[in-house]
Design a protein around this ligand. Structure first.
Ligand SMILES: Nc1ncnc2c1ncn2[C@@H]1O[C@H](COP(=O)(O)OP(=O)(O)OP(=O)(O)O)[C@@H](O)[C@H]1O
Ligand SMILES: [Mg+2]
Length: 227
């Protein structure tokens, strides 16, 4: 059970003169509930790795499996259904719906406005210290507050895996600590994959994948073993 990549390459601008190998021969297996950090310089392929693992980008060659299912064996509809049921996303851009309130935005993935669902949203917003914003619209919020709403939305459907691309990039120090504590509070229940430039926020990760120039150059687990 988990995510697996088998000889994955992701090439942009195929057929053009100048191609970019965003991912080069990636072999990786991620299992169990834990926090996985993905680190590396800008352009090293971190986002590409995350989106390919989540089935949002198709590899140019190689295979990607979720619970032993090859994404490319599923129809686009089945892929979308799987993502909706099992995955939560925190993107670099927040993609909130501007005519909806914060509470409504958080509830959109589950399409449920029962009392129970609202209570769940309230609990999450409270943990992120933004319960006071639940009636506001996105345009009334700061960039960091919007980011927190997007984080709450990613958790509402109780996904099995969270894919987070620079989830704290827009946050100040205090909000970063709050969000990291929030994410860590789920580490026994979910796999949480966090892409970040910032080494300090990944200090407590259960394992780290280090990327450079489209390749995984090393992986470390909490016990500091190198593979
Ligand atoms: N849509 C695209 N078309 C062409 N090249 C792309 C595209 N998206 C990414 N690339 C290239 O693929 C490589 C990996 O990009 P990627 O976004 O995965 O890096 P990253 O590690 O997430 O960087 P950052 O830290 O800046 O977000 C880069 O060289 C980038 O220029
Ligand atoms: Mg990126």
């Amino acid at each position: 059970m988990g995510l697996e990549m088998d000889s994955v390459n992701l090439v942009y601008d195929i057929g053009k003169e100048l191609q970019t190998y965003a991912l080069k021969n990636i072999n990786i297996s991620l299992e169990g509930n834990r926090i996985v950090g993905v680190m590396g310089p800008s352009g090293s392929g971190k986002s590409s790795l995350l989106y390919t693992l989540a089935g949002l980008k198709c590899p140019t060659s190689g295979k990607v499996y979720y619970n032993e299912i090859n994404y490319s064996d599923l129809s686009p509809d089945k892929n979308a259904e799987l993502r909706r049921k099992d995955f939560g996303f925190i993107f670099q851009k927040h993609f909130l719906i501007d005519y909806m309130t914060v509470l409504q935005n958080v509830l959109t993935p589950i399409n449920d406005d029962s009392k129970e669902a609202k209570m769940k949203a309230v609990t999450i917003l409270d943990k992120l210290n933004i319960l006071n914003l639940s009636g506001k619209k996105p345009h009334q919020l700061s960039v960091g507050q919007k980011q927190k709403v997007a984080i709450a939305r990613a958790f509402i459907g109780e996904p099995k895996i969270i894919f987070a691309d620079e989830p704290t990039a827009a946050l100040d120090y205090e909000a970063t600590i709050n969000v990291m504590n929030f994410l860590k509070s789920y580490r026994k229940e979910k796999m949480i994959i966090i892409v970040s430039h910032d080494k300090s926020i990944l200090e407590d990760a259960d394992s780290i994948i280090n990327m450079f120039d489209g390749s995984i150059i090393s992986t470390q687990s909490g016990e500091e073993e190198n593979m």
